[in-house]
Write a protein that binds this ligand. Sequence first.
Ligand SMILES: NC(=O)c1ccc[n+]([C@@H]2O[C@H](COP(=O)([O-])OP(=O)(O)OC[C@H]3O[C@@H](n4cnc5c(N)ncnc54)[C@H](OP(=O)(O)O)[C@@H]3O)[C@@H](O)[C@H]2O)c1
Length: 395
Amino acid sequence: MAETTPDERKRRLGVLFGGSGLIGGTILNYFKQRRPGLADILAPNSKKVSLRNCNDIRAYLMTVKPDFVINSAITNIDSDSQLAFEVNYNGAVNIGRAASALKIPYIFFSSAATLPPGKNLTEEDQLPLTARLSNYAKSKLMAEKTLKYMHEHEGLDYSCLRLSVVYGNHDHKIQGFHRLLFSIADEAMPVLFTKKGTLHSYSNSRKIPYLIHHMLDNRDEFSGRTFNFVDRDPVDLGKLILSIKSHLQLKSPRAIYVPYPIARTGKNSVRVLLRLLTKIGLKASLPPELMFLGAFYRTQTLSSERLEASSFVDPLPDETVHSRLPEMLSYYLTRWSHQNLITTFDEKLHFDISIEKDFEENPQALLDSIHLDATAPFAAIAPGQEGFPGASHKD
Ligand SMILES: NC(=O)c1ccc[n+]([C@@H]2O[C@H](COP(=O)([O-])OP(=O)(O)OC[C@H]3O[C@@H](n4cnc5c(N)ncnc54)[C@H](OP(=O)(O)O)[C@@H]3O)[C@@H](O)[C@H]2O)c1
């Protein structure tokens, strides 16, 4: 790879780890579509640069010499301790070491998993670091602590954004809130597995790139600081589930709140069943919606005061998970129907009916019709046409 120095480049160059994920994809899309010309973003995937490998990180960043680096990579939420430690913690720290050496800003994403239950939790709140934490929470909490330490002792210019329940399009792994949407749409939730009045904070993925952009432009204000990034008003989980159900015009889940001890007994029974299946050679794991059952029964809300008091201006102040529901439901239901993950909404999501019919029943006729009029080179990029490289030069 050819080396360039920041002075030789016109636009800022950023490196983004985790660019194929929900948050990373949204950031990439912002810099490519919404703010083209602002910065070039390189987003190597985990095959090219694995955060498990310190040499990968160092060699890549030292060669590219970016102007800033963003880390939204994480390993799967249920990974074992080694993978969680290597990717979520060690990877995050090694990026910090490179950023420190290059003297560039480093934007790191953390999670409300580092926080206890409770209301209006601030950036100063943290869980105690104990052996009992999940691998995910432990690795994120340790990363928060080490990056702060590196800021204080090594002058690392970093900012930490703590997210809560994230909502937005392009979650291709169907995790967190989108797993909840999926379970309801798939009619796999007969009743409410939560307690009346349980509140959570929600983070709007669409707004995140605006904040990153602003933070990169205002390092004096944002360097060395953690910010909770959540919508101001917490969301009642039971009411949200019932609202999704009503948008989808489904009969379930019924408005019956299942007490936690009963739900936990059900979860433990599934766990025993899965262990038995493993013994006869069938490998299956606990559905993600059951893994975090406890969180459905605990209120956890984060204060957005610190960010509101900063110079950042919310670009979409009225947007909430409730206001975005119709658009997100349409996006995910279309996607999941096409992927044959759910069948309930097939009838509403047909693409051009004649094409679909021909594709299914008479592919030769469809092929012939396409050969007749839809295979010519795109006019705008054919030689001699405006827009084709070199078309305006007469040699
Ligand atoms: N989504 C949420 O609800 C939520 C809530 C709170 C906090 N967060 C935080 O937000 C951040 C982004 O989360 P997300 O939901 O966008 O994650 P995601 O959709 O699961 O994406 C994970 C990304 O990490 C990359 N990755 C995995 N293993 C890697 C490795 N060994 N080396 C390099 N890259 C690797 C993946 O790249 P490949 O595809 O190339 O493997 C993928 O791009 C994380 O820090 C997470 O803790 C998310």
